[in-house]
Design a protein around this ligand. Structure first.
Ligand code: HEC
Length: 237
C-alpha cells in the first residue's frame, strides 16, 4: 500500500468509456449486496459518501463520477465504467497503474457493485429504505476493557476503516494488545513509541507492552487508515 495522488479522473473515465462500449445489461443487480460488497472490498481505498467509506489510496468516487455526471454521462454508462474498472483494473493506458488489485470480486459481485456505485456516486443525498441499513453501523460506544492481561480491540468486521472500539481501558503494567481482523482489509494496531502488531488481512495483529499510567493513541499504520479515522484512545490507570 502506498500513498497515491490521482490525477485527472475525468480523463480516465472518458478514456475508459471509449473502450467499454458502455452498454451493460445485467438483469437483476442486487443493490443491497452491491453496497455490502463495496464496503468490504472497495471502501478501504475509495471514498464513497453514501456507503460511508473513507479510503484514500484510490480516487474519490464521488468526485470522479460527479464530474462524469456533469459531463453528461448517465447511470448506465457509469455502471459500465465501474464494471470494467473492477474486471480490468490495470489495462494499459486507461486509468490503470497497477495499484488497484484485480479479481477482487466475481462477475456477479462486480455487477452488483457497479449498479450500486452508478446510482450513488456523486449523486448527493442519502441511501434510504433497505439500502440505508444494508451495512451495519460501524463501531461501538463502549470502551474495550482489558481482561486477564489481554486488551482486545477488533477491527471493524465489515471492512470500514475503524476499530470497533474508539476507547479502551487497561491497568498499568504488562499487557497484550490484540486486534482481531475478520474484514479481509489489511490492518495492524500500533501505539507510537510503545509497540506494534504485524499488518494482516485476516487473523490477529498483536503486541505486548509494559504500560505506565497515562493516555495513549492506538492507530492502524496502513497508509490512509489513520486519516480515515482508524484510531482510538487508551486510558491506563
Ligand atoms: C488497494 C486499493 C484499491 C481497492 C481495494 C480498490 N481500488 Fe479502485 N482504484 C484504486 C486506484 C489506485 C485507482 C486509480 C488507478 C488505477 O486505476 O489502478 C482506482 C481506480 C478506480 C476507479 C476509476 C476511477 C476514475 O476516476 O477513473 C473506479 C471506478 C474504481 N477504482 C472502483 C473500485 C471498486 C468498485 C472497487 C472494489 C471492487 C475498487 N475500486 C477497489 C485502488 C483500489
Amino acid at each position: 500500500m502506498r500513498g497515491f495522488t490521482f490525477a485527472l479522473p475525468t480523463v480516465a473515465i472518458v478514456a475508459a468509456l471509449a473502450v467499454s462500449g458502455c452498454s451493460i445489461k445485467d438483469d437483476n443487480p442486487d443493490l443491497i449486496a452491491g453496497k455490502q460488497v463495496f464496503v468490504q472490498k472497495c471502501g478501504s481505498c475509495h471514498i464513497l459518501e453514501r456507503a460511508g467509506t473513507k479510503g484514500v489510496t484510490g480516487p474519490n468516487l464521488d468526485e470522479a463520477f460527479h464530474r462524469a455526471r456533469v459531463d453528461g454521462l448517465g447511470e448506465d454508462a457509469i455502471r459500465g465504467v465501474v464494471k470494467k474498472q473492477i474486471e480490468y483494473p490495470s489495462r494499459a493506458g486507461v486509468a490503470g497503474n497497477g495499484l488497484m488489485p484485480a479479481n477482487l470480486v466475481d462477475s456477479e459481485g462486480a455487477s452488483d457493485i457497479a449498479a450500486y456505485v452508478s446510482k450513488v456516486a456523486g449523486a448527493g443525498g442519502k441511501d434510504s429504505g433497505l439500502l440505508a441499513t444494508a451495512v451495519k453501523a460501524a463501531g461501538s460506544d463502549k470502551p474495550a476493557i482489558a481482561e486477564g492481561g489481554v486488551l482486545k480491540i477488533p477491527a471493524d468486521p465489515t471492512g470500514q476503516l475503524l476499530f470497533v472500539n474508539s476507547k479502551a481501558e487497561a491497568p498499568a503494567g504488562q499487557i497484550k494488545i490484540e486486534m482481531d481482523n475478520e474484514s479481509g482489509v489489511p490492518h495492524n494496531i500500533a501505539i507510537e513509541g510503545v509497540g506494534k502488531g504485524a499488518v494482516i488481512e485476516k487473523g490477529i495483529s498483536e503486541f505486548s507492552a509494559d504500560l505506565k499510567a497515562g493516555t495513549y493513541e492506538y492507530i492502524c499504520e496502513v497508509t490512509g487508515h489513520l486519516a480515515a479515522g482508524m484510531k482510538g484512545t487508551l486510558t491506563v490507570k
